[in-house]
Design a protein around this ligand. Structure first.
Ligand SMILES: Nc1ncnc2c1ncn2[C@@H]1O[C@H](COP(=O)(O)OP(=O)(O)OP(=O)(O)O)[C@@H](O)[C@H]1O
Ligand SMILES: [Mg+2]
Length: 252
């Protein structure tokens, strides 16, 4: 990677306000940030600081109030809903905290779903290879209800990678998992960056998870509040403890 590479994902002056009038909530207040290709970045910040809003705007799942989101140089915010959906299906993988697998589809069918939605042929070998990569070769025909939480999240990671997206966004992907299953999900995200060249942006509250990333960016009250490169769990924990002090008392 060189520093002249165009960012895989970039936000310029991103704002998001929910509602209007006296009850309006400014969730994002002008965020400028760029994620170079082939990097793994964690997004941290106190509850309510705008992390999920940030990720949803990045994915085109939510529409910003102002500013721009560029995915591999394409302005997502200039597109209508159909255009945003197309771009998301082609270029973005999303991992949800609660897995969000389709309950009546098997693990293999869940993984191939994004290909079908994008009108692409589902390649059974590719799906099988992905499931093997996440350690679930023998669970392909199981329904989500017959899988553990960690196994479901690994299916969700395989699903996020199946379209070979440039950008993978994950909102607290290990939030519902125990320590060792969390570690296996983090290894998968790390491998997506190191071996496949994907760009991963992951929201987390866990300093150990954040330390798997190349860098951590911090959000406080809808604004960027610093960055930590080559993070260690101790450095992340120390920084997040200080950030809590910056949260306006009214928002706690
Ligand atoms: N649909 C909505 N309508 C109104 N306000 C919202 C909506 N979604 C989020 N908010 C508000 O926007 C702010 C940012 O919310 P967001 O979910 O992005 O926070 P977060 O950093 O992900 O928090 P957490 O760590 O608790 O998940 C909060 O004040 C929240 O109450
Ligand atoms: Mg959130």
């Amino acid at each position: 990677m060189t520093t002249t590479d165009a960012p895989a994902l970039e936000m310029r002056g991103l704002t998001k306000t929910y509602g209007s009038g006296p009850t309006a909530v400014a969730a994002l207040r002008g965020v400028d940030v760029a994620f170079p290709p082939g990097t793994f970045t964690a997004v941290m910040g106190p509850s309510g600081s705008g992390k999920s809003t940030f990720l949803a705007c990045a994915a085109g799942l939510d529409r910003p109030t102002g500013g721009q989101v560029l995915v591999e140089g394409v302005d997502l915010t200039a597109r209508d809903e159909v255009g945003r959906t197309m771009l998301r299906r082609e270029r973005i993988g999303f991992v949800f905290q609660d897995f969000s697998l389709v309950p009546y589809l098997t693990a293999a069918q869940n993984v191939e779903l994004p290909l079908r939605l994008a009108g692409r042929r589902a390649d059974a070998r590719q799906v099988a290879a992905l499931l093997a990569q996440v350690g679930l070769a023998d669970r392909a025909e199981h329904l989500p209800s017959a899988l553990s939480g960690g196994q479901q999240q690994r299916v969700a990671v395989a699903r996020a990678l199946v379209t070979e997206p440039g950008v993978v966004l994950a909102d607290e992907p290990t939030g519902a998992l125990d320590t060792s299953t969390a570690r296996s999900v983090l290894r998968l995200l790390r491998a997506a960056v190191d071996t496949l060249g994907r760009t991963v942006v992951m929201v987390t509250h866990d300093p150990v998870a954040a330390a798997c990333a190349d860098a951590v960016v911090f959000l406080v009250d809808g604004r960027l509040a610093g960055r930590l490169d080559a993070p260690t769990p101790e450095a992340v924990a120390a920084r997040t403890a200080r950030l809590e002090d910056l949260v306006p008392a009214a928002a706690r």
